[in-house]
Design a protein around this ligand. Structure first.
Ligand SMILES: NC(=O)c1ccc[n+]([C@@H]2O[C@H](COP(=O)([O-])OP(=O)(O)OC[C@H]3O[C@@H](n4cnc5c(N)ncnc54)[C@H](OP(=O)(O)O)[C@@H]3O)[C@@H](O)[C@H]2O)c1
Length: 328
């Protein structure tokens, strides 16, 4: 009798976990954390790169709502002005500074940007640096990658991001505190067929920032690496366009939920967080915890995903594993 009860309980638990996992939009540690801790960001200075659109814009809005002071950066100043005008919160708009910058502009110019950022709020300096900007990432076969495109991707996603970090670190170390929030990607954890260079750049930042934390956590420096799968940033896409149609066929976590979970991860001090629906989340778990199986699955998917990308089809569906990479 006890055996039957135990079997029933275990089966129920497995079914419950299966459905929980099937509908999850992030890793279990992240989803167990509850809401963002407002007290960790209220009155703090948050510097966000790539804040002129997409996830960065939504992050700026949510940080402002939580009472943070903001520095928003990207190349397009007009878009930064628009974002600033839309911010609502305890310190918006007077506590919001616009700092245009190009991450590919080299050490001297980024050093100047850091000095300006630090001077905006001299009493506190920068508390959170959100490395969110990234170079454009069209999907192509690895055979078609040009030298110009991989240099441009690395200049922004890796070199510029690291230079900015190196310039900011001495200020943070002097204060004995500072928190880097790094928008990486699922492509920084698992192979991303059709996006080899983007994937390489995100693996690079993951390696850099996890190492940075291991060296400097004893000096008050925190790092949260966020790895989103497909996110819906389609707000500005033209209705009916090929990109918009393709996007709507893919299961994407909303930019707003992605930003919310990013702030949850950071304010709860998580070292890494994954944000995605299935099947990407399952693939991330497989590659992380059962790499032989994970890479086997990715090898089954790889060529089909590149083909699907070329045909403007769904590049995140189960059909890549179980069916033909058909055009949606
Ligand atoms: N969207 C997704 O599905 C997804 C999935 C996983 C990870 N992510 C990551 O999440 C982050 C945000 O993604 P997103 O989709 O919101 O990106 P996005 O819409 O492409 O926006 C990129 C941002 O980066 C800025 N940027 C680009 N080049 C720059 C440069 N040279 N210097 C300074 N800023 C530059 C852009 O602004 P300007 O053009 O004004 O400079 C823009 O604000 C990225 O790191 C991305 O890799 C996104």
């Amino acid at each position: 009798m006890v055996g039957v009860v135990l079997i029933c309980m275990v089966t129920t638990a497995i079914i419950w976990l299966f459905f929980k996992f099937a509908k999850a939009e992030g890793d279990f540690t992240l989803l167990a954390k509850g809401a963002a801790k407002r007290e960790e960001v209220e009155d703090k200075v948050v510097w966000i790169t790539g804040a002129s659109g997409g996830i960065g814009e939504v992050l700026a809005k949510q940080f402002a709502n939580l009472g943070a002071k903001l520095i928003i950066s990207a190349r397009r100043e007009v878009e930064l002005e628009r974002v600033k005008a839309e911010l609502v919160g305890k310190h918006a708009p007077h506590g919001v500074k616009i700092l245009p910058l190009d991450l590919a502009s080299g050490k001297e110019s980024l050093k100047e940007a850091v000095e300006k950022a630090e001077s905006f709020f001299p009493d506190s300096g920068v508390d959170y640096m959100v490395h969110n900007a990234a170079h454009e990432r069209p999907k192509t076969s690895i055979l078609d990658v040009t030298e110009a495109s991989f240099k441009a991707t690395f200049d922004v996603n890796v070199v510029g991001t690291i230079i900015l970090t190196q310039q900011l670190l001495p200020f943070m170390l002097k204060r004995g505190k500072g928190h880097f929030i790094v928008m990486s990607s699922a492509a920084g954890k698992a192979p991303a067929p059709g996006q080899a260079v983007y994937s390489a750049s995100k693996h690079a930042v993951n390696g850099y920032f996890h190492t940075l934390r291991s060296e400097l956590c004893g000096k008050g420096i925190m790092v949260t690496v966020v790895c989103p799968g497909p996110i819906d940033t389609s707000k500005n896409l033209q209705a009916g366009s090929a990109t918009e149609q393709k996007r709507s066929s893919e299961e994407r976590v909303s930019a707003s939920r992605c930003a919310e979970l990013t702030i949850v991860a950071a304010t709860h001090g998580l070292k890494e967080a994954w944000i995605s629906y299935q099947p990407v989340l399952a693939v991330m778990y497989l590659v992380q915890y059962m790499p032989t199986l994970g890479y086997f699955v990715m090898d089954k998917i790889g060529a089909k995903r590149v083909e699907a990308a070329l045909q403007q089809s769904n590049t995140y569906g189960w059909n890549l594993l179980f069916g033909q990479g058909k055009k949606d």
